[in-house]
Ligand binder design. Structure first.
Ligand SMILES: *Cc1c(COP(=O)(O)O)cnc(C)c1O
Length: 235
């Protein structure tokens, strides 16, 4: 695939995606500006990802610290804001903090403690979200609502980290309507506990429902990138 072929595909997909985001905003009486698109670039090459800023997309999500760092280093000077959206091992916290705008995936008290410690050490006001295991699947990372309730009462004072809200993932289903309850539960919890929380919820399969239920950040991979060259197929 040539660069101009890839660009054309991305343009068309972004346009279609944008139309769907706007329609979901309209249905739920929300402003388009209240929803940020995070393009999840984990399945594509630097070349593919590097085209996006010129098409108006500059928030990038990666789910592995190594791949985030690799892309961060390969795509300098494009004004990209990096989002860590996957499980972060504690031994990767120190090197990841300086690279990211927002960590969506603070998923346990132990990880949170490590991030607090590093933020203090690096004096870095990194923004973060607590990840909730909203679908209650054993294989998924994240706080239970009970654990999170407790965590919120034990927030450190004087740490430069900046708490911004919550993230969750719905169970994968053929019927996106089934995700609505998971998203609604997160929103209700969030608004009970925090003023103006960011809500990171919604992926390719269910982002329209997530927007209707209040998502402020949607994390979109396959709808944009399916079939495009991936890491390992680097030109
Ligand atoms: C891969 C990934 C996404 C994007 O998923 P798609 O279904 O491809 O849009 C979103 N969030 C997380 C945490 C991911 O790992």
């Amino acid at each position: 695939m040539t660069e101009s072929e890839i660009r054309k595909i991305l343009e068309e997909r972004l346009q279609a995606l944008e139309g769907r985001i706007q329609a979901a905003c309209q249905r739920s009486g929300r402003l388009r500006e209240s929803v940020t698109l995070v393009a999840v670039t984990k399945t594509v090459t630097n070349q593919v990802a590097g085209i996006l800023p010129s098409l108006g997309v500059s928030n990038f999500g990666e789910n592995r610290p190594q791949e985030l760092k690799r892309k961060f280093q390969s795509l300098p000077g494009l004004g990209i804001r990096w989002h860590m959206i996957g499980h972060l091992q504690r031994n990767k916290v120190a090197e990841t903090l300086p690279l990211v705008e927002l960590i969506h995936s603070v998923d346990s008290p132990r990880l949170f403690q490590e991030i607090c410690k590093e933020a203090q050490k690096q004096n870095r006001s990194t923004q973060f979200l607590f990840q909730v295991n909203g679908s209650r699947e054993a294989a998924k990372h994240g706080y239970s609502y009970e654990e999170l309730e407790k965590q919120l009462t034990e927030m450190p004072v004087g740490n430069p980290l900046k708490f911004c809200g919550y993230m969750t993932m719905a169970a994968y289903t053929e019927d996106p309507e089934a995700c609505r309850a998971t998203f609604r539960e997160l929103k209700e919890f969030a608004y009970r506990h925090s003023p103006q929380p960011e809500l990171s919820m919604g992926m390719s399969n269910d982002f329209e429902i997530a927007i209707e239920e209040g998502a402020t950040l949607i994390r979109i991979g396959s709808v944009l990138f399916e079939g495009l060259p991936g890491p390992g197929e680097e030109a």
